[in-house]
Design a protein around this ligand. Structure first.
Ligand SMILES: [Zn+2]
Length: 432
């Protein structure tokens, strides 16, 4: 796993209480459902307690079960301890496990289907193909055996029939990324299915895409950090955290950049969970070079192209939010003439083909502007540009809300867009 210092170097008790708070905060578990464990180097298993409020767990509530079965802690361990143990026994490479009943994955589990992670390239890389464990009584050895068998086949993510999901990771940050990405995939798949037919990428198309990602920029010899540069790092960090907390970004995908001086900018790194991002992870890009020893986003070239082409654009967010992505994975046209706010901010959202930036190198900047700030790339991402970072974030929020209303409206009736006359009236009132 890449650098995830602030989670993985902590004591297992601290890691678990941090991640359970994150999961509960994002609405991915109920107070009573779900459990997390970590196995340490001495083979002690640290696990969430049974029957204690997930909304207020603290490190002292976490239970330790020694290899000889001795239980140390203030409460009873989770009743699902048997399947955690079964997974660790079948997979020495897994050292952290998350189990929960997040709504979209439960939807798949009760219709007895597996979400297809090939709707989005990085989701496939993070989650892999997904296993399926048939129903057994919660807490039973039989359930442990069914789940252990799926993990033995090499899966890191398993749907539990009429129950939920369980994912493993090489550490807890890795497990959380997989868990969050899988639920994101499930949500995107469900919303997309309400709009049309999901477009599934083949493994080969995903591999070819990854091969085309350009090599990182050359490193600079020395880097200076003036105060205005440090201020921009802080702005980026604040927006990333906010986007994660509001479900507009997930740990495994999302890039934020802001222009600094001239066409130089600061950008988020690749390979670090967005939830765990720290100020010094952010990368300075100056005169086409990167800060030494850091790995900027794999989309840095795209940000550079946009800053070079558009002096009026000062910040860029590239992300995956479930409602906008439901349009991007189906190719269904998104009409944001829904309410005045949406039209005033967004006008139109174009959709480009998957991998467009490689087939048409340098062309993406032509598809965004101050007037049309949001763009979808099929099966790939949402791209939003703006002046200052908060404005860009606002555009993203408005776009995601619009997409959400469109998806929700699809089951209650036909959508009537604001007409040309009305948009002309809006233009005169708000944009001139
Ligand atoms: Zn459960």
């Amino acid at each position: 796993m890449d650098k995830n210092l602030n989670v993985t170097l902590q004591h297992p008790k601290d890691q678990i209480s941090l991640v359970i708070a994150r999961i509960y905060g994002r609405g991915l578990t109920t107070t009573s459902g779900g459990n997390i464990s970590v196995i340490d180097e001495e083979k002690n298993i640290w696990i969430t307690p049974s029957g204690i409020d997930k909304g207020s767990l603290t490190p002292k509530d976490i239970i330790c079960i020694k290899q000889d079965g001795t239980v140390i802690g203030l409460h009873k361990p989770s009743s699902e301890f048997p399947f955690h143990k079964a997974i660790y026994e079948s997979r020495p490479d897994i050292t952290a496990i998350i189990h929960a009943h997040p709504p979209a994955l439960v939807s798949y589990s009760i219709v007895r289907k597996i979400p297809d992670t090939n709707i989005i390239s990085q989701a496939h890389q993070v989650c892999g193909h997904v296993g399926y464990a048939e129903y057994e009584l919660p807490g039973s050895e039989a359930l442990g055996e069914k789940i252990g068998n799926e993990f033995k086949k090499g899966f890191f993510s398993v749907i539990m029939e009429n129950h939920g999901t369980v994912v493993g990771g090489t550490d807890l940050s890795d497990a959380f990324q997989r868990f969050e990405t899988l639920e994101f995939c499930a949500r995107t798949g469900i919303y997309g299915s309400q709009l049309g037919k999901l477009n599934i990428l083949t493994d080969k198309v995903i591999d070819d895409f990854n091969l085309q990602i350009p090599k990182p920029l050359p490193e600079m010899d020395t880097t200076s950090y003036p105060s205005d540069e440090r201020e921009k790092r802080f702005e980026i960090l604040k927006i990333v955290k906010r986007a994660c907390q509001h479900g507009l970004m997930i740990s495994s995908y999302g890039t934020v950049s802001t222009r600094w001086r001239g066409n130089d900018f600061l950008i988020t790194p690749t390979g670090i969970s967005r939830w765990d991002l720290q100020l010094d992870d952010i990368v300075q890009i100056k005169d086409g070079k990167r800060e030494a020893g850091k790995n900027p986003s794999r989309t840095t070239y795209l940000h550079q192209q946009i800053y070079n082409a558009h002096p009026e654009i000062n910040s860029i967010v590239l992300t995956q939010s479930p409602y906008l992505m439901s349009f991007a994975v189906t190719g269904v046209e998104i009409n944001v003439r829904t309410i005045p706010e949406s039209w005033i901010f967004l006008k139109d959202i174009h959709q480009l083909e998957f991998g467009f930036q490689f087939k048409n190198n340098g062309e993406i900047p032509k598809w965004v502007s101050k007037e049309i700030p949001a763009l979808l790339i099929k099966n790939e991402c949402v791209l939003v540009v703006g002046d200052h970072l908060l404005q860009t974030f606002d555009y993203l929020e408005v776009a995601e809300f619009s997409a959400k209303s469109l998806v929700m409206s699809s089951s209650i009736g036909q959508m009537y867009p604001i007409n040309d006359e009305q948009t002309e009236e809006l233009r005169k009132a708000f944009l001139e």
